[in-house]
Design a protein around this ligand. Structure first.
Ligand SMILES: Nc1nc2c(ncn2[C@@H]2O[C@H](COP(=O)(O)OP(=O)(O)O)[C@@H](O)[C@H]2O)c(=O)[nH]1
Ligand SMILES: [Mg+2]
Length: 279
């Protein structure tokens, strides 16, 4: 392989449940966070289990702005740094054909999390990789949490997690979320990606059709002029050319420039509400 790769992790198959020594669960306390971390994944991959284990929370904390999609946020501290963890709705894709997918896509794109952890069901790897590849089109700041490794082992299967990490160009951490197996490494890798100590280098699809490449490049330049703050304009251009109406509507309504602010503001409002509830 001629591309740069990231060294992926190895499973600690024989280790008992890990107790991440430097982890402090902060519950709903998300004040003064250093990093925002999004949790994405197909439904039933163990996202909420990871979320609960890291934050100490058990319950959903509200809805996404203007949607009946549940939103869960919580905090944790690891090695003296504070993380705000956002559990995104479970989705099979980010093509925004449902409110869940729209919420997940908008947060990953416009919320600009410092890291996006994609929780993957190791027993359904192929199906789960669809979402991983879509997220990698939007952001390089990705950690793949290869979960349900106990189930993988129970089936007598083996996953070449290092090779998978090399092929994807982002770190892959095998976990058993139910018993927190692999969490030491998960926390470490999230810290490394969030801080930029570790840089993901996913292999973006090249457009082979020269006409299409020209159209994408042209539209990307136009988007850059109209919306200089828009993250990943190339991705947005490709979605527009694919006829993604929700992106088009968001652009036409001028929502896109405000989206990041909305996400942040809504988060702040909810923190206030939660604080009031606590008292
Ligand atoms: N065996 C096993 N079960 C797990 C693991 N992680 C989560 N689960 C279980 O998988 C189910 C779905 O987990 P949940 O966290 O609700 O998934 P979500 O839909 O992605 O939020 C629950 O019954 C969890 O207890 C794991 O690593 N191994
Ligand atoms: Mg869940």
């Amino acid at each position: 392989m001629d591309h740069e790769t990231v060294i992926a992790s190895s499973a600690c198959e024989s280790c008992p449940a890990h107790h991440a020594a430097n982890l402090h669960r902060l519950g709903v306390d998300m004040t003064d966070w250093d990093y925002v971390v999004a949790l994405a994944g197909n439904p039933n991959t163990g996202k909420s289990t990871v979320f609960n284990a890291l934050t100490g929370l058990r319950q959903h904390t509200g809805n996404w702005p203007g949607k009946t999609v549940t939103r869960a946020e919580g905090g944790y501290e690891y090695n003296q740094e504070r993380y705000k963890l956002v559990d995104l709705p479970g989705t099979y894709s980010l093509l925004a054909t449902s409110p869940d997918e729209e919420v997940a896509r908008d947060f990953i794109l416009f919320g600009r999390p410092d890291a996006t952890v994609i929780v993957v069901d190791g027993t359904r790897l192929e199906r789960n990789l669809n979402l991983v590849l879509q997220v990698l089109e939007i952001t390089d700041r990705v950690v793949v949490c290869l979960n349900l490794m106990d189930e993988v082992q129970r089936h007598g299967w083996k996953i070449e997690d290092r090779l998978l990490g090399k092929e994807l160009g982002v770190p892959v951490v095998p976990t058993i979320a139910r018993t927190r197996g692999g969490f030491d490494q998960l926390l470490e890798v999230i810290a490394d990606i969030s801080s930029g100590r570790l840089v993901g280098r996913p292999h973006h699809r090249k457009i082979s059709d020269p006409g299409l490449e020209k159209a994408v490049s042209k539209l990307t330049r136009e988007l850059d002029q109209l919306y200089p703050d828009l993250p990943n304009q190339r991705w947005v251009a490709m979605r527009l050319l694919a006829g993604d109406e929700s992106i088009e509507t968001a652009l036409r309504n001028g929502e896109i420039g405000d989206l990041k602010q909305d996400v942040v503001r809504q988060g702040a409002d909810e923190e206030l509400n939660l604080k009031e509830q606590e008292q």
